[in-house]
Design a protein around this ligand. Structure first.
Ligand code: NAD
Ligand code: IPM
Ligand code: MN
Length: 356
């Protein structure tokens, strides 16, 4: 019997609601498979600002480092939007990502067959075999972490990448591609940006070590278009911090809703962080309508990537599919003839489906 120590950061808006459901799913996995999960609940984002006056208390970082993995809901909201850059809730996320060295963000955009009707693209674009894209986003560099400032009536943000930073994320993408359909599309803006030209050069070097993987370069504007024109051309999308942020939100909609997409943030250290790709959705907070599936699927990624609990991760994904197959949907993915359920009820249904 194994005991896993998980740092839990509910955050703001819908964060606490979706995290609650994800924890219930973990508890059920523990019961069924004989593991124990030990949680330490921590503050970050607006919740930390309200309680302690800063978005990321030192205790939160320390506890995360002392855990086996981190589960995060979402941070931010209108209440804190007036705050100055360094004091905003979102800064907590950047601090956690860089503090834990989580340079690789995996965002799988998988369209479950059960959810085909929720995909806004035409049937002939998707076909019968669904859609499965892995977006590999660089997470601790680029314009998110460059020198920035405001000087009177001017403001600036700088975009930098080093060869080393590109190399390690490119390697991750090619390694992942080896276990999938062996295709990498590296997305950049090399017709304009020096960082993108460096990015291309390094990707080409890394590609030499993976002769079985086909790879291509694509400009980000074209990639945004191709994602809705013919998403099945993509297997692994490798890209920088900001492009990955934007393209993964776009890809999520193809899977039915942004409420469906989980993520894993990994690095060289032992601690990974798992969170839905969506935000705190202040417009629907506290109404029991948020889709908890992205967060629940993030726990499956945790079991798989941090704890190597493959069967347990499969059990969560299968439970989600069974519930969808029975026609239960949260408001964001519901269609005609389907049963609309709330956040709690969706959590209940998934918990009930978990089995060995
Ligand atoms: P958002 O992702 O929170 O919401 C965008 C839209 O998607 C909203 O209409 C929302 O209701 C809907 N949505 C999001 N998640 C959903 C879910 N699980 N179920 C059903 N519908 C869902 O993005 P936003 O509105 O641009 O940002 C809101 C706040 O969240 C901002 O403060 C932003 O900075 C923050 N944010 C945080 C994270 C994070 O913590 N990882 C990510 C993105 C945005
Ligand atoms: C995400 C979010 C964050 C990002 C923000 C809130 C810092 O949009 O996780 O996708 O841009 O990385
Ligand atoms: Mn985002």
């Amino acid at each position: 019997q194994m005991n896993y120590k998980i740092a839990v950061i509910p955050g703001d808006g819908i964060g606490p609601d979706i995290i609650k459901e994800a924890q219930r799913v973990l508890e059920k996995i523990g019961e069924v498979y004989g593991h124990t999960f030990e949680y330490s609940e921590l503050l970050a984002g607006g919740a930390a600002l309200d309680a302690e006056g800063i978005p990321l208390p030192q205790k939160t970082i320390d506890e995360c480092k002392n855990s086996d993995s981190v589960l995060l809901g979402a941070v931010g909201g209108p209440k804190w939007d007036h705050l100055d850059g360094k004091m905003r809730p979102e800064q907590a996320l950047l601090g956690l990502r860089s503090g834990l060295g989580l340079f690789a963000n995996l965002r799988p955009a998988v369209l479950f067959n059960e959810l085909k009707a929720a995909c806004p693209l035409k049937d002939e674009i998707i076909g019968d075999d669904g859609l499965d894209i892995m977006c590999v986003r660089e997470l601790t560099g680029g314009i998110y972490f460059g020198k920035r400032g405001t000087d009177g009536s001017k403001a600036f943000d700088t975009l930098e990448y080093s060869e080393e930073e590109v190399k390690r994320i490119a390697k991750q993408a090619f390694e992942i591609a080896m276990k999938r359909d062996k295709k990498v599309t590296s997305v950049d803006k090399a017709n304009i940006l020096d960082t993108s030209r460096l990015w291309r050069k390094v990707v080409e070097e890394v590609a030499k070590d993976y002769p079985e993987v086909t790879y291509e370069h694509m400009y980000v504007d074209n990639a945004a278009m191709q994602l809705v024109r013919y998403p099945k051309q993509f297997d692994v999308i490798l890209t920088g911090n900001m492009f990955g942020d934007i393209l993964s939100d776009e890809a999520s909609m193809i899977t039915g809703s942004i409420g469906m997409l989980p993520s894993a943030s990994l690095g060289e250290g032992k601690v990974g962080m798992y969170e839905p790709i969506h935000g705190s959705a202040p417009d629907i907070a506290g109404q029991n309508i948020a889709n908890p599936i992205a967060t629940i699927l993030s726990t499956a990624m945790m079991l798989r990537y941090s704890f190597s609990l493959e069967k347990e991760a499969d059990a969560i994904e299968n439970a989600v599919k069974s519930v969808l197959a029975k026609g239960y949907r949260t408001k964001d993915i519901v269609g005609t003839g389907e049963q609309s359920v709330g956040t709690n009820e969706m959590g209940d249904l998934i918990v009930q489906e978990i089995q060995k």
